[in-house]
Design a binder for this molecule. Structure first.
Ligand code: MG
Ligand code: ZN
Length: 369
């Protein structure tokens, strides 16, 4: 009787641990390995990049996107301080400061008070920093990391704010807000005095520049891909920024915006969305390839909001047909996906607020110093 009981217990134990291979000893397996901390962060924002925008790009690209290499997936709640539907300024301010604010605000809270951004904190901690966009560098999304103004339309004030933040490399449009200003100031001169080297094309930037670098790719915004923007411009800009920043001993914090996915949504134009989505994905490949080889870089890819209420109702990509439908020409309240890669990526799963991205980054930037 006693023997039968022992046998039953043994069978029971075996049934309960079917995944434990014979000979493996639980004791020798580290149950709680110390979490790895990244040295560098690359934060990539696809403006207006909801799940349908991602899917449309994927279908158009042989059912594959580079961002599939990210194995830690989450969903981000996108509301602003004043409503369920955010604009890009409040969305980026939530990422950059951890505060929900009113639509249109960049780098200020609900009362209009300036809030220190994660990029400014990274600068203070001695990390190298970078900003790359395919619109004016003073546009809402990049601006929210380096400026503090109540209205996103205050491009000249935003450019002036940038003089106080020694970003190691910025690449984008918006030269006119620095060189042809209503106050008569020439901020290109100021940048030069502040130790910057300013260029008009990424190909002009030498391999090693022992100065901060600014590249103005346009007087205002860059053209869309449909209107002739180089298909490698964003990817090469990200490569240039990484090459410049990776020499930093304390690590770096780089923000990259795929700016015009949103504009395709506002125009209710599937082709515009798809081409900008794939452009962003080429830049994602550059970042992922670097992070994979480097092993010390966390990449987080997400969106500020969805644009267009976009859905795919019919697709025959082999015939060049992806039929998208839209419910609005504006933004929607839908949660947006996030994709993370590298050390620390495990912190970016589940459902979280846009403001949590700031908090999570802050812990990493704080640890580095
Ligand atoms: Mg934007
Ligand atoms: Zn928009």
């Amino acid at each position: 009787m006693f023997l039968r009981l022992i046998t039953c217990m043994l069978i029971f134990l075996c049934l309960c641990s079917p995944s434990l291979p014979a000979g493996e000893n639980r004791e020798t397996t580290p149950s709680n390995p110390a979490p790895r901390q990244p040295k560098n962060i690359i934060f990539m924002i696809g403006d207006g990049m909801g799940l349908s925008q991602v899917t449309a790009g994927m279908i158009a690209n042989n059912n594959y996107l580079e961002l599939e290499r990210c194995k830690h997936i989450g969903l981000v709640k996108t509301s602003s301080g004043t409503g369920w539907i955010t604009d890009s300024a409040a969305g980026a301010t939530a990422f950059s400061t951890g505060k929900k604010t009113f639509n249109g605000a960049v780098g200020v809270d609900m009362e209009g008070y300036p809030q220190k951004t994660i990029l400014e904190i990274a600068e203070e901690k001695g990390l190298a920093t970078g900003l790359v966009a395919t619109v004016s560098i003073t546009h809402a999304t990049p601006a929210a990391f380096v400026a503090h103004q109540p209205f996103r339309t205050m491009h000249e004030e935003i450019a002036l704010d940038m003089m106080a933040v020694p970003v190691d490399i910025f690449i984008g449009g918006g030269r006119r807000f620095f060189s042809h200003r209503s106050d008569g100031k020439n901020l290109i001169d100021t940048l030069n005095k502040n130790g910057y080297r300013i260029f008009d094309a990424i190909a002009d930037v030498p391999d090693t520049v022992p100065h901060n670098v600014g590249v103005f790719l346009g007087d205002l915004h860059l053209p869309s891909l449909m209107n002739g923007r180089d298909t490698l411009l964003l990817a090469n800009s990200v490569q240039l920024a990484i090459d410049k920043l990776k020499t930093s001993e304390k690590g770096f914090f780089l923000v990259v915006e795929g700016s015009q996915i949103d504009w395709g949504g506002h125009q209710n134009n599937s082709e515009y969305i798809i081409r900008e989505m794939l452009d962003f994905d080429r830049a994602i490949k550059v970042a992922l390839d670097f992070a994979e080889a480097d092993g010390e870089t966390l990449i987080v890819i997400t969106a500020d909001h969805e644009t267009g209420g976009y859905a795919i109702n019919y697709a025959m990509p082999e015939k060049g047909r992806i039929y998208g439908v839209f419910t609005t020409v504006d933004h929607t309240a839908a949660m947006v996906p996030s994709f993370a890669f590298g050390p620390g990526a495990e912190n970016f799963t589940g459902i979280f607020e846009n403001t949590a991205i700031f908090t999570k980054f802050l812990q990493i930037v704080g640890y580095n110093n």
